[in-house]
Design a protein around this ligand. Structure first.
Ligand SMILES: CC/C=C\C/C=C\C/C=C\C/C=C\C/C=C\CCCC(=O)SCCNC(=O)CCNC(=O)[C@H](O)C(C)(C)COP(=O)(O)OP(=O)(O)OC[C@H]1O[C@@H](n2cnc3c(N)ncnc32)[C@H](O)[C@@H]1OP(=O)(O)O
Ligand code: FAD
Length: 633
């Protein structure tokens, strides 16, 4: 083991295993995750790491082991595929959940065990604006069929992931907007079972290469009436349409994925922090004091300033992901029982947190890559691949700006309810105080009150202020004679800013609540330091907001920076131990820089030598192209 990394792991001030257990949701979950990893994957002789040929093996093994819990499926898949996406991601995270939530019992029993599918909602002309989708589904009572048709080039379904042209049923969203299972192909490797279908691949992408994103054009294709998912809405044999309790129930799968993406952003950021911080512990470069040995780059304050707030953010998002999934499960259970009262809040929370966490993680991955210098740019670091695979999450499953505006819609509605004298509950209850809160700065002393509860209060006041400013902007636009829609559009910068602040407050609050639950003194202490760092770093980034909210004075601003530097120094001794607690296996991380043993250089040389470009002393291109050219010169 590299001596630097060995030294970093001595004198731990907290029990790493206990922190890993907290991240997993308990010791039993940690044991189960490791059992899946060590026994069912790494020690499986059939395990052919991450190669496409192992995809069928993976599916059959999942069935053989009876792994059906979505999180356990993800644990298994992430060991198989490391940090990359794989072709069946969409089947597991969108197609199956849609069947689970939108099929009636007969349909569920008929389809779920048998098929692999995709989710074809987006069209070339519309991805965000679902009410603008053009594909039609016209019911023909004479034949009891839907006639599916793509009337325009912009109505061609575009992007369905993992849609191999040989087989795949699809979940299809069409007008009238109702999810209908559109069984286009026989399972297995049959060609299209009926004419009128034009399918193909949309071509090379920025990344996401393991997933074949396709296109699908339909020309009056007929499917049985029974292929409409009938749990919430039905078309009867006589053609009459039974409406769902809410037209937004059809959007349920997207809410589910958005909820998952929140925790996934934390996982991805934790992977990148593991790589960058372990590498920064073994990389020596330049000098701090003339004549002394080159220091670990982790001892540069700027390197700590790059990485430690991201480390704190990774923990914050992992805890936010736990909260999000628990909230999703609770409210979707109520929805299943017909209680839709909290559906708007679930939508607003999942939409906002999905955007907030993916935007932040997306930027953070690049900071981690650049903090590793040239070696971060090498594919051996895994950081370029992680970035390329993660960055579309800011676009798919709800483009982030649009998602923030959905959350803003809920915030404005809540604000208007407070103005009308209503008492709010839930995540926006802080708005009840928006008119009565004295936005007085803390004590005028130049010292910041570092109590975590106080910091949460400051973020709450900041969010309330920005919600009020956005509402006032809309009111001012209306007062200028603008219609409601134009008033809204002319305030969308403020609205996104308000949603961002609301999510920032929510994430810090969840982090504080999780720290409060930690009983182990050592773990509590180090997590409390990270929560403080997360809060203070945010105050440094948005100082203007806190000044504008009147909760920070000009005299206190230098304290923010001073406090930040102190917290960075406080985290330094535990940095490697804090990434060890994420418990990312080398095989899954697949990063030369992030190896648990820290033996980076030897591994990098081996990795480079294994390149196909080094298979021969002289590359064949010399003989094929250069040598003939030289002969002519
Ligand atoms: C199981 C595996 C475990 C782990 C996996 C790990 C992690 C997962 C990580 C990654 C995923 C892996 C692989 C996936 C890879 C790629 C997948 C990508 C797939 C896709 O992209 S599928 C397509 C996604 N498309 C979208 O998201 C479309 C976005 N657009 C919309 O959602 C809507 O158009 C809209 C919300 C923007 C607007 O809808 P609308 O016009 O109908 O509504 P209005 O704006 O007019 O509002 C009216 C009213 O409705 C309320 N509303 C809107 N949406 C919802 C909702 N979903 N739920 C509840 N309520 C909703 C809105 O609030 C308004 O209410 P109000 O009271 O009137 O204000
Ligand atoms: C890797 C990847 C995989 C995908 N997989 C699938 C899949 O399996 N199935 C599927 O159905 N789809 C899939 N998609 C499509 C994806 O869901 C859409 O791209 C996404 O919903 C965004 O819609 P759009 O492309 O129409 O962008 P647009 O909405 O056209 O966005 C373009 C710009 O317009 C802005 N904009 C749009 N509306 C508003 C508004 N109301 N207010 C302010 N600004 C606005 C956006 O903020 C953005 O800046 C995938 C996409 C990617 C990148």
């Amino acid at each position: 083991m590299n001596p630097d990394i060995l030294r970093e792991r001595q004198n731990a001030t907290f029990d790493i295993e206990k922190l890993t257990n907290i991240l997993d949701g308990g010791a039993e979950r940690t044991n189960r995750r490791r059992e899946i990893r060590e026994v069912l994957v790494l020690n499986d002789p059939d395990f052919d790491y991450g190669t496409p040929t192992s995809l069928p093996t993976m599916i059959l093994k999942l069935r053989e082991y009876g792994i059906s819990d979505p999180v356990e499926i993800n644990w298994y898949k992430s060991m198989y595929w490391g940090t990359g996406r794989e072709a069946l991601g969409l089947h597991y995270v969108m197609f199956l959940p849609t069947l689970y939530t939108q099929c009636d019992s007969e349909q569920f029993n008929k389809w779920v065990p048998l098929i692999i599918g995709t989710y074809a909602q987006t069209e070339m002309g519309h991805g965000t604006h679902l009410r603008g989708l053009e594909t039609t589904a016209t019911f023909d009572p004479a034949t009891q069929e839907f006639v599916m048709h793509s009337p325009t080039v912009t109505s061609i379904k575009w992007w369905p992931g993992g849609r191999n042209p040989l087989f795949l049923p699809l979940i299809f969203l069409s007008i009238p907007l109702s999810a209908s299972l559109f069984d286009l192909f026989l399972s297995g490797f049959a060609l299209p079972t009926c004419s009128g279908i034009v399918i193909g691949d949309i071509g090379p992408k920025f990344g996401f290469d393991a997933v074949d994103n396709g296109y699908l054009k339909l020309e009056h294709v007929r499917i049985p009436r029974e292929n409409m998912l009938m749990k919430y809405a039905q078309v009867k044999p006589d053609g009459s349409y039974v409406k769902p309790l809410s037209s937004k129930l059809t959007y349920g799968t997207m809410v589910f994925i958005r909820s998952l993406i929140v925790g996934n952003a934390g996982i991805v950021l934790s992977q990148c922090c593991t790589i960058a911080i372990r590498y920064s512990a073994v990389r020596h470069q330049s000098e701090i004091r003339a004549g002394e040995a080159e220091p670990q780059i982790l001892d540069y304050q700027t390197q700590q300033h790059k990485l430690f707030p991201l480390l704190a953010t990774a923990y914050a998002f992992l805890f936010a992901g736990q909260y999000m999934i628990d909230t999703y499960n609770r409210i979707s259970g109520d929805i299943n029982q017909g209680d839709l009262s909290e559906m708007p809040e679930l939508h607003a929370l999942s939409a906002g947190l999905k955007a907030f966490t993916t935007w932040t993680a997306n930027t953070g991955i690049e900071v981690c890559r650049m903090s590793c210098g040239g070696h971060g740019y090498s594919r051996s670091s895994a950081l370029p691949d992680i970035y390329v695979e993660f960055t579309p999450s800011c676009t798919y499953e709800g483009e982030n700006t649009v998602m923030m505006l959905q959350t803003a819609r809920f915030l404005m509605k809540s604000y208007r309810q407070v103005q009308a004298g209503q008492q709010l509950s839930g995540a926006v209850s802080y708005l009840n105080k928006v008119h009565h809160r004295v936005m007085a700065p803390q004590a005028v002393s130049s010292q910041l009150d570092l109590n975590l509860n106080t910091l949460v209060d400051l973020y709450e006041i900041r969010a309330a202020m920005l919600v009020e400013l956005a509402a006032q902007s809309i009111q001012q636009e209306s007062a200028r004679g603008k219609c409601q829609e134009d008033s809204w559009n002319n305030s969308t910068i403020d609205l996104v800013r308000a949603s961002d602040a609301h999510c920032h407050y929510m994430v810090l609050k969840m982090f504080r609540d999780k720290v409060d639950q930690i009983e182990d003194p050592g773990v509590h202490s180090v997590m409390s330091t990270l929560a403080h760092l997360y809060a203070i770093h945010g105050m440094g980034n948005f100082t203007g907001d806190f000044l504008q909210a009147g909760v920070l004075t000009g005299a206190q601003v230098p304290s923010v920076s001073k406090c930040l530097k102190g917290l960075l120094a406080e985290v330094r001794p535990s940095a490697v131990l804090l990434v060890d607690a994420f418990d990312h296996h080398d095989k899954m991380l697949n990063s030369v820089l992030g190896r648990h043993d820290g033996n980076v250089y030897e591994a990098m040389f081996e990795w480079a030598r294994s390149s196909p470009l080094n298979r021969t002393e002289v590359h064949e291109s010399f003989h094929k192209h250069l040598k003939p050219l030289q002969a002519k010169l």
